[in-house]
Write a protein that binds this ligand. Structure first.
Ligand SMILES: Nc1ncnc2c1ncn2[C@@H]1O[C@H](COP(=O)(O)OP(=O)(O)O)[C@@H](O)[C@H]1O
Ligand SMILES: Cc1cn([C@H]2C[C@H](O)[C@@H](COP(=O)(O)O)O2)c(=O)[nH]c1=O
Ligand SMILES: [Zn+2]
Length: 195
């Protein structure tokens, strides 16, 4: 649980920011947790700017939407550098689906945090094949705080950290929901179709 700092009590130049990463599999609650932290920052009257990769248009062009239909308005970006341009003088930067952004996101987040902003990044730590996804592992390395959230294995009910792909595509990027993916624990993930 994070206690939101009061950015109004200190001049911006003297306060350092930081990076928080929220990671895990699909359906683990990353977006819910991101929205929760951003809404609390808004309640604290902090200026919040929220971004998502433009390719993720599953539910809505601009809104970030969780699997249980919580939503928050965001700005779609094509590159991580656009985040620096649009962040302006905000106190808090939120980024969802960070796994789809370029590796430069690490430098962008460091720059934003060093300029006094709280940066909250959510994304998949692993792709469907169990490999680290995009800039997420590097972000986890440089972040002050990393929260790994877990889903429930749809096969056995255990704690799930894998996003099991139910269709044959081997493309790293394949947008989808329960049509193409399910959350699985280690055992059921490795059992594959036998689970
Ligand atoms: N297998 C599952 N395990 C846990 N939650 C699930 C599962 N399938 C669907 N959900 C729903 O997904 C919600 C989390 O959605 P969301 O925050 O969008 O996850 P993420 O961004 O990690 O994919 C849960 O609160 C729950 O309502
Ligand atoms: C595992 C995996 C997922 N994706 C896609 C599928 C969804 O569109 C998003 C993840 O969304 P969520 O908010 O975390 O549920 O990523 C992909 O393209 N490749 C993968 O390997
Ligand atoms: Zn299982």
């Amino acid at each position: 649980m994070f206690i939101e700092p009061n950015h109004h009590s200190q001049p911006k130049q003297t306060s350092l920011g930081w990076i928080e990463v929220v990671c895990g599999s699909m359906f683990s609650g990353k977006t819910e947790e991101l929205i929760r932290r951003l809404n609390r920052a808004k309640i604290a009257r902090q200026k919040v700017e929220i971004f998502k990769p433009a390719i993720d248009k599953r539910y809505h062009d601009e809104d970030i939407v969780s699997h249980n239909e919580n939503s928050i308005r965001s700005t779609p970006v094509n590159t991580s550098e656009e985040i620096v341009l649009f962040a302006g003088d905000c106190d808090v930067v939120g980024i969802d689906e960070a796994q789809f952004l370029d590796q430069n996101l690490v430098e962008v987040c460091n720059k934003l945090a060093s300029s006094g902003k709280r940066v909250i990044v959510a994304g998949l730590d692993m792709d469907f094949s169990g490999k680290p996804f995009g800039p997420m592992p590097l972000l986890m390395a440089v972040a002050e705080y990393v929260t790994k959230v877990h889903a429930i294995c749809v096969t056995c009910g255990s704690v799930a950290q894998y996003s099991y792909r139910k269709v044959t595509s081997q493309d790293k990027i394949l947008l989808g929901e329960t049509d193409s993916y399910e959350a699985r624990c280690r055992r059921c993930y490795h059992l594959g179709d036998l689970a």
